[in-house]
Design a binder for this molecule. Structure first.
Ligand code: NAG
Ligand code: NAG
Ligand code: NAG
Length: 561
């Protein structure tokens, strides 16, 4: 079995959603406009459809020195020789995702060095990183305490770590140069392809890319033009003239600065590696230069801050630019807690609302990752996409996404596994019905049994896939690597009455429609059902009526839905 089952997780999420914390009003300090955005070129004259996905061009790389987020001008002096210890500030903060400048760590506590407390509520930043369940005791035990993160005023910090700079004695702070992401979660939700790639890093990329891309003025949601007219604000998709799909295949210039380092503070090296090995494959493919530290390394850093009994004072690590990521904190706000159960939704929504989600209709902000992984896998994506000259189809919509040279419908089969699979009759009739349609309409139809393919082979199929279909499960995580085309879609089969947001939210966050199939009915946004795990959800006789799936595929290819 390639994909791990995760029924306990499903139940946990459901319970978490149900128990979840009410909307907490968070006092965000105004995000500081970043003085270190490297350039402010907006793509006002973005050309229509550049060539399809290409390997990242050499000229797209920024040099290492540009690639380090610059400290502001006043910090030109090395921090350990600065007249004052550099103060902490916030770049951007959403529940569970916070980018700081000048965050400190000493004795295992993250310190915000500031004379004031105008910072987001710490419980919306971080938690105690224990495994989560939905019991009230556990929820309470995950609340952060001052050992996890705390404020320290400049005088106290000076006393604890300060030197006598005027007399040539440096501060006892040691800079962890470059850009760091601190993952505060335990392994519970790391060791899983969907949660790691399509949730954790999906959110990281949305937040980091948004924070350090030039902002886009005039992202005013226009309900008429929205693909979600009249929809609720939290899941609206306004069309942003600056970030239309037109630039979907361009990497936005300048590229955001590189993330140099990920630190899994509470997970060992095994704790984020899923059994099929997709997470480590993904991390190296998407971020080839990023270094990774684990709990052991973090503990080394903690131990190193203890000056010992003879020392004059403690040491502190200084993180000049750091993003703190925390799953429990994301769940404390209703966007994740009750609406989507997706932590990435916090990052995505925040940046969209701030007008910083570039290429939002097709996940332009995700493009560098998608592109890097497909390129790494050897998929010839450039050969897959056709032109955009099909003006008839384009008339009904302002979208001019390219079409595939040849449409491919990929059905991810779970039939070789033992659970959450179709009844044998349903599987057979579905495959037969789609084969017939594929002949009639001249598209490629592919039944993907992931367990029989290498990672490369799976991704090479995905690179050509226009419509991804399957029973709810980890195999659908691959949707994040589907190249956006005009007919892209995700069709997810549930046991009738069942629903979960995982692939629904993720597909829509990349601009793809999602259809939830209940045997002979389908539901789609804005009429998606509520989360439910009825009896039979995990079973081995999920029904599906082939002709219904055929109709969805046909209607989608005809541009009707
Ligand atoms: C260091 O951390 C430990 C555990 O959190 C705590 O008991 C101890 O008091 C701390 N030491 C200092 C000097 O703060
Ligand atoms: C609080 O202190 C930070 C430095 O840590 C500073 O950037 C910010 O402007 C201060 N905010 C207020 C409201 O004084
Ligand atoms: C699925 O739908 C078909 C077509 O409407 C119907 O004949 C069949 O009984 C349904 N199966 C289940 C289990 O509801």
């Amino acid at each position: 079995m390639v994909f791990r089952s995760f029924s306990r997780r499903d139940v946990t999420l459901l319970l978490l959603g149900a128990f979840s914390m009410h909307l907490v009003s968070v006092l965000f300090s105004t995000p500081t406009e970043t003085s270190f955005v490297i350039s402010n070129h907006l793509h006002q004259h973005a050309e229509i459809i550049p060539p399809p996905i290409e390997p990242i061009l050499v000229e797209n790389f920024v040099t290492p020195s540009e690639n380090v987020v610059q400290l502001s001008a006043s910090n030109d002096v090395a921090p350990h020789l600065a007249p004052q210890l550099p103060m902490t500030s916030i770049v951007h903060s959403a529940p569970g995702y916070t980018i700081f400048r000048n965050l400190y760590m000493s004795n295992g506590t993250l310190f915000i060095l500031s004379p004031n407390r105008s910072f987001p509520d710490i419980r919306m930043i971080i938690s105690t990183s224990i495994f989560a369940d939905a019991s009230p005791e556990n929820i309470a035990a995950r609340e952060p305490n001052p050992d996890i993160m705390d404020f320290i005023i400049p005088e106290a910090a000076q006393k604890r770590w300060g030197g006598d700079v005027q007399n040539g004695v440096r501060h006892h702070i040691f800079t962890v140069e470059g850009n760091t992401v601190l993952f505060n979660d335990p392994s519970q939700f790391l060791r899983h392809y969907y949660h790691f790639v399509a949730e954790l890093f999906f959110g990281v990329q949305a937040f980091w890319h948004g924070a350090f891309s030039a902002s886009v003025p005039s992202t005013i949601p226009d309900p008429e033009k929205s693909s979600n007219p009249g929809g609720k604000n939290w899941n609206a998709y306004p069309i942003d003239p600056q970030t239309l799909h037109k630039s979907a295949y361009q990497l936005h210039h300048p590229l955001p600065p590189q993330i140099h380092r990920s630190i899994f503070m509470h997970s060992n090296a095994d704790g984020w590696r899923d059994d099929p090995g997709f997470n480590s494959y993904f991390l190296r493919a998407a971020f080839p230069a990023m270094s990774v530290e684990h709990q052991e390394d973090w503990n080394d850093r903690i131990a190193a801050t203890n000056g010992g009994s003879n020392a004059v004072r403690d040491r502190a690590w200084l993180f000049p630019v750091v993003m703190v990521v925390d799953r429990s904190a994301a769940f404390r706000e209703s966007m994740t807690g009750s609406h989507t159960q997706r932590t990435a939704a916090q990052a995505w929504e925040y940046m969209r609302n701030a007008g910083r989600l570039r290429g939002e209709l097709v996940g332009g902000w995700w493009e560098s990752v998608r592109n890097a992984v497909l390129f790494f896998s050897g998929a010839g994506v450039g050969d897959v996409l056709g032109g955009t000259e099909d003006n008839d189809a384009a008339e009904s919509t302002s979208l001019q996404l390219p079409i595939s040279k040849k449409v491919m419908v990929t059905y991810v089969s779970r039939q070789a596994g033992s659970r959450r699979k179709l009844s044998p009759e349903s599987h057979e009739s579905l495959v037969a019905a789609l084969r017939e349609l594929a002949n009639k309409r001249d598209f490629d139809f592919n039944v993907m049994e992931a367990e029989t393919l290498t990672k490369e082979e799976q991704l090479q199929v995905i690179a050509k896939t226009t419509i991804l279909l399957g029973v709810h499960g980890n195999g659908l995580t691959h949707l994040v690597f589907m190249p956006p085309t005009r007919f892209s879609a995700v069709i997810e089969i549930f046991y009738p009455g069942g629903f979960a947001h995982d692939y629904h939210w993720t597909a829509r966050a990349l601009g793809m429609p999602h259809f939830a199939v209940w045997n002979d009915t389908y539901l789609t946004h804005p009429d998606e059902p509520k989360v439910a795990y009825p009896e039979g959800f995990q079973g081995d006789s999920i029904p599906v009526y082939g002709p219904l799936v055929v109709k969805i595929v046909e209607d989608r290819l005809d541009g009707k839905i």
